[in-house]
Ligand binder design. Structure first.
Ligand SMILES: NC(=O)c1ccc[n+]([C@@H]2O[C@H](COP(=O)([O-])OP(=O)(O)OC[C@H]3O[C@@H](n4cnc5c(N)ncnc54)[C@H](O)[C@@H]3O)[C@@H](O)[C@H]2O)c1
Length: 375
């Protein structure tokens, strides 16, 4: 089996989730490529050392430019804040590295396009980690739609809600300041739901949007006074899909009681689906094909061997969790590197998502419906 060396840039929340998958993917999936955890990069040397020792990264680096230039690195995994994705991905591509990048791909469509162009020019595999596509129940939803079991799709309805900033005393961070590369709830959460909607329903043609920052000033950490919040706390969008379906998207960090509530419903002419990440092994399915006297939403527990990715894990009914989606992404990414075939979502998808987000920003600013030009 071929071995390829991985460099990870960043060692926070996603650094842990990705390391878990790179380290153990070959224990569960039949991979053609064995990933080798070669080097971890970050800025805080002591914290980085602890991270590398815990997860088995052979070396550490504190300069991402040197890291992506190393001849012994074949794959660059970008798990930094979004502000850095563009520059790191472009340099990694120029050095011929395959790129596994966290979402949102970039801060805007222009940046995303430059990343896509650089990766295509270099001929490397590129992937943006909208990992929810690889929840088995969601991959099953895709299969049901592709088999025509929903018929013509009329509606997409999603809500992605948490309560992370509902406390007005929670101190200011750069993540809430656009001028420091912070992103709001639209780029953070809607990037995921736009990815799912494009995957399951189709391309988005136009957008209207409302956006709000509920708490505009927050105390500065360790300093007197307050700082101004310049990103959105909540954004709602109504969209038209190119295929004529209508969609509604809500996202908020001010939904008390909600933690990572990623919920969607799809309604078609022959069937309907509903999914909630907080019950991620389950897919709700309504079908007109069922006899009338037993018709109703049924709950499919997507852990059977016939369900996507499920055969690699435990016996049916022995449920899986959030971290497994990263294994699925890493497995498919390694297959793409091995076969040379593209993986989705890739940087081209990242460009499309960023175009929808840019359109939503314009729509919210102008109060008008924004039609996406054919890209
Ligand atoms: N797919 C998902 O489910 C999911 C969930 C959470 C976050 N994310 C995305 O993952 C990315 C990272 O988020 P996170 O929650 O892990 O953030 P985090 O703040 O926990 O970690 C960010 C890491 O980047 C490092 N970093 C910052 N500047 C750096 C630099 N100049 N050089 C090297 N390292 C640097 C930090 O030291 C830190 O280790 C973001 O794009 C975020 O949107 C995705």
């Amino acid at each position: 089996m071929k071995t390829l060396n991985v460099a990870i840039i960043g060692h926070g929340f996603m650094g842990r989730a990705h390391s878990h998958a790179w380290k153990n993917v070959a224990q569960f999936f039949d991979v053609d490529i064995q990933p080798n955890l070669r080097v971890a990069c970050g800025r805080d040397q002591a914290a980085l050392r602890r991270f590398a020792d815990r997860w088995g990264w052979a070396e550490i680096e504190t300069d991402w430019r040197e890291t992506v230039a190393r001849p012994d690195v074949h794959i660059v995994d970008i798990v930094t804040p979004p502000l850095l994705h563009h520059d790191i991905a472009i340099q990694a591509a120029r050095h011929g590295k395959h790129i596994f990048c966290e979402k949102p791909l970039a801060l805007n469509a222009r940046q995303a396009q430059e990343m896509y162009d650089a990766a295509q020019t270099a001929g490397v595999v590129h992937y943006v980690n909208h990992n929810y596509r690889r929840v088995p129940a969601i991959a099953l939803a895709k299969q049901l739609i592709q088999e025509g079991r929903l018929g013509r799709i009329y509606h997409w309805r999603s809500a992605y809600l948490n309560s992370s900033w509902v406390d007005p005393q929670r101190p200011m961070t750069a993540a809430l300041q656009k001028e420091k590369g912070g992103i709001g709830v639209a780029a953070d959460l809607h990037s995921h739901t736009i990815d799912l909607a494009r995957y399951l329903v189709g391309e988005i043609a136009s957008v209207v949007a409302l956006t709000r920052t509920f708490v505009t000033e927050r105390p500065r950490l360790g300093e007197a006074g307050t700082g101004r919040v310049t990103v959105d706390d909540a954004t709602s969008m109504l969209v038209e899909f190119e295929n004529g379906a209508l969609g509604s998207f809500e996202a908020s960090r001010f939904a008390l009681g909600r933690r990572n509530y990623n919920y969607f419903e799809i309604y078609g002419s022959r069937g309907s689906l509903s999914f909630n990440l907080e019950r991620m092994n389950e897919l709700e399915f309504f079908s007109l094909d069922d006899p009338e006297f037993v018709r109703g939403f049924k709950t499919i527990l997507a852990t059977e061997r016939v369900h996507p990715y499920a055969a690699a894990w435990w016996h049916p009914g022995h449920i899986i969790g959030y971290e497994h989606t990263f294994y699925h992404a890493v497995f498919d990414f390694l297959n793409a590197v091995s076969t040379g075939k593209p993986i989705a979502p890739n940087f081209a998808d990242g460009v499309q998502i960023a175009r929808v987000l840019d359109a939503a920003t314009r729509a919210a600013e102008t109060g008008e419906q924004v039609v996406l030009d054919a890209g």
